[in-house]
Design a protein around this ligand. Structure first.
Ligand SMILES: NC(=O)c1ccc[n+]([C@@H]2O[C@H](COP(=O)([O-])OP(=O)(O)OC[C@H]3O[C@@H](n4cnc5c(N)ncnc54)[C@H](O)[C@@H]3O)[C@@H](O)[C@H]2O)c1
Length: 427
């Protein structure tokens, strides 16, 4: 891409002694539709899958792959270099990528506590951002991420790829066109057979891991041997449980289909029932959301039992006055009120299409082109966070028109988190 403006902006900032990563105003450039987009991809587990997806999408160069675990970083360099035309540099600190004016965008697939702070740093550095779901660990930093995207006019897309799935888009269009009449209730679910995370012990940090950078914005805790990788999902300090993890995908479909934004009432039930171990987040979780104008979403999460409803481990069923629409992971079935199937189709979850949509938005320099622009991504993530807050407090939450919790100090205290000093996100 043409980086003249970007470089000039960067040099100007550097000369005046203002660090680009600390909230300097970005000078947006206009992109031509045919230019190559250069990416840095950060977090080499889900991120490696994304690097493969973007790396096999026309007009996209993976300039960097990054992981704080040198083993994962080196493995990713080899894997992505085997793709035609790709030859990424491996780095362990993504701030190096922020400093490279030739990079257009960063892709973050990180432990949840890192998502919003990293995405905000990238926006502040003038980069576009693809951030995995859930886009934030707490609502306050989600609001801050939205503010960063607006301030710097960056394209920020969340990784709920079904927004770009051809088959799911077709199903939602039918729903919005009235295929089941007025629709007022949707039940979503996720089911899996996850094992115990056991009881961990403090242990020496593996040599290949930069644990300080892994922790980043989260207040420091000693390294334990059953948290990294992946099990951080089940500890509130870093993760947001199954509801934040797979629930965000399902709730996003519900919110999209029902055409709702913020709930007025949120309730939760459940617990950690299956295994006696270090996991703090529930393995059995039922949440409900009431919206203005008489619409309700429920989500059911079973981390240690399967199958889910109707024999599928992921789905959402919409109910209307004339019938129902069930969405699977990448399929749908439309039924009349007697349960007769009127139409059905299947396809794929939309990974490539979502990546292409992100690149198109960058080329057009237009966040409006994004199918999961961060404002909507945040609203869907907020549903999962509110469901967690209702669970943790044991209270019914009442929310205002922006989804902010009313009249409940214990719940409001979970709207934000403490940060490691020096790592507080700022826009
Ligand atoms: N959209 C989807 O379908 C989908 C699928 C899987 C995962 N995800 C999301 O992707 C995210 C990551 O999940 P995962 O399963 O890959 O977790 P993981 O723990 O397996 O991997 C995270 C990786 O990030 C690295 N990392 C941590 N901090 C880093 C930093 N500061 N800089 C660079 N690397 C860092 C870790 O070393 C690790 O390799 C989660 O938010 C998850 O919800 C989305």
């Amino acid at each position: 891409m043409n980086h003249t403006l970007n470089r000039r902006a960067f040099l100007g900032q550097a000369a005046s002694g203002v660090a680009l990563t600390m909230g300097a105003t970005h000078v947006a450039r206009a992109a031509s539709p045919n230019e190559r987009i250069a990416l840095g991809v950060v977090g080499m587990s889900r991120g490696l899958a994304l690097a493969r997806t973007f790396g096999t999408t026309a007009g996209c160069t993976i300039k960097y792959v990054c992981d704080v675990d040198t083993g994962r970083m080196e493995n990713a360099v080899a894997a992505v270099s085997s793709l035609p035309g790709q030859n990424p540099e491996g780095v362990t600190d993504f701030r190096r990528i922020l400093d490279d004016a030739a990079v257009d965008a960063l892709v973050f697939a990180l432990p949840v506590h890192w998502h919003a702070p990293a995405a905000i740093m990238a926006c502040n550095a003038g980069k576009h951002v693809y951030v995995e779901k859930p886009c934030c660990h707490n609502p306050a930093e989600g609001e801050l991420l939205l503010a960063a995207a607006r301030k710097h006019n960056r394209c920020v897309q969340m990784g709920n790829q079904r927004r770009s799935s051809v088959v799911i888009r077709e199903a939602i269009e039918k729903l919005h066109d009235g295929a089941i009449g007025r629709c007022y209730f949707v039940r979503a679910w996720y089911a899996a057979l996850r094992g115990s995370i056991g009881r961990g012990n403090e242990a020496p940090v593996p040599e290949r891991l930069d644990y300080d950078l892994w922790q980043g914005p989260a207040p420091r805790r000693p390294y334990r041997d059953n948290v990294i990788p992946y099990n951080w999902h089940w500890l509130w300090h870093w993760g947001s449980g199954e509801l934040g993890n797979n629930g965000t995908h399902g709730l996003d479909l519900c919110r999209w289909g029902l055409q709702v934004d913020y709930p007025v009432r949120v309730t939760a039930a459940g617990g950690r029932y299956r295994h006696d171990d270090d996991q703090e987040t529930p393995d059995t979780h039922a949440v409900s959301y009431d919206f203005p104008d008489g619409k309700t979403i429920t989500w059911e999460g079973l981390s240690c039992n399967q199958p889910g409803a109707g024999g599928n481990n992921f789905g959402a069923t919409f109910y209307g006055e004339k019938g129902s629409l069930v969405l699977g992971s990448a399929a749908y079935a439309l039924r009349d009120q007697d349960g007769n199937v009127l139409e059905e189709a299947d396809g794929n979850v939309g990974d490539h299409e979502h990546a292409e949509n992100f690149l198109d938005a960058i080329r057009q320099d237009s966040p409006q082109v994004l199918r999961s622009e961060i404002e909507g991504g945040y609203k869907s993530t907020l549903l999962s966070l509110l469901g967690n807050i209702a669970y943790r407090t044991g209270d019914t939450l009442h929310c205002d028109k922006q989804g902010r919790i009313q009249d409940n100090e214990a719940a409001q205290a979970l709207w934000q988190r403490e940060y490691e000093p020096g790592w507080e996100p700022t826009v």
